[in-house]
Design a protein around this ligand. Sequence first.
Ligand code: RFL
Ligand code: PHB
Length: 389
Amino acid sequence: MRTKVAIIGAGPAGLLLGQLLHRYGIDNIILERHTGDYVLGRIRAGLLEEGTVALLDEAGAGQRAHHEGLVHDGIELAFGGERHRIDIKAQTGKTMMIYGQTEVTLDLMNARQAAGLTTVYEAADVTPLDFDAGNPRVTYVKDGKTHEIACDFIAGCDGFHGVSRASVKPSAIETFERVYPFGWLGILSETPPVSHELIYNNHARGFALCTMRSTHRSRYYLQCPLDDRVEQWPDDRFWDELKRRLDQKAVDSLITGPSIEKSIAPLRSFVAEPMRFGRMFLAGDAAHIVPPTGAKGLNLAASDAHYLAVALREYYDEKSSAGIDAYSRTALARVWKAVRFSWWMTTMLHKFPDTDGIGARIQIAELDYVVSSKAASTSLAENYVGLPF
Ligand code: RFL
Ligand code: PHB
């Protein structure tokens, strides 16, 4: 088999890249380790930047998001028992959209299928080869048989634990990492959200986030110890703890119900540099991870896919390598700003082991400053809504 771009991973980065390349007339094949249903079963991000929605439109997969997504103009920060609204639309002229990653993935999968493009699910032992030389290849095993795809380029869109980054020789890559001393326990429930906008809560017992998937489906997160397991968090304990961390008005309007999903995710900041190794590029979580506090993970996967698709179009249409040569630098400039913002939001909103004394007071002073200073709230707003790309 031969294709122009062999894409490893059918998460949001790989599917969006594949669809954008298709629109630019560049053929591609996606190799995914799991089944499509497994990929769709992963409950992750929920908040899309306007730029991400525009990319879904460009990919021909934005229709349902416009119909079913919830457009949000602001967020609330809660601390000291009170809520403070940041009017993001007034500060930036832009909005955000609540539309779950599962829906984004489904829409991109459907668009890919409608376009008749090849995705190999349950591809085992996917191995990128010879990307440092001029003849990159990817081998994989399917139904017990080994296959090989010859290609011009490989796109490693295979997430944090993928094979692409792991295939690079250690001397060619530099990594930067911070692991936070807590995780997020998330639940999904078939209940109306406590408020029509997201509420980020700083509380002495730990961070809590009220978000949603629709007008009848809520998603809540609690900061929890890293070694906690979901079995330790029956629904009643979750709701009790959430109520302790919310302001009274939120507690009064909170509607609880059985959870339909519950999971714990560790929080980390991670960046690999560069994002290009000869004829292989990394995109999305394969290259970087941010803690979810800034809602940037999925949005960065989308901007990487955009930069890479445009660079490859330039390569094929204009016979110019300028775009692919600049890809790593261009993508990393945006990535690092999102890493900075996500770290800052995480630091301001969570309880740290050493936050008890001076740290906790400084957090409150910072939150107070953010909600009372136009300059500070505008800074939060323009990062939250997504920096331009
Ligand atoms: P993904 O979504 O991990 O997709 C990578 C795909 O590659 C496949 N794969 C392989 N395929 C073939 N061969 C191999 N050797 C392979 N190894 C892996 C995987 O099966 C998978 O299908 O990465 P992508 O596309 O870069 O997308 C990134 C986003 O998924 C990610 O940034 C966000 O979901 C991060 N994230 C969150 N972001 C937010 O903005 N808000 C959130 O609330 C939020 N919650 C989360 C999250 C990530 C989580 N992870 C990674 C465990 C919650 C969790 C639990
Ligand atoms: C979500 O809806 O899952 C979500 C929203 C905003 C965040 C993190 C997660 O900052």
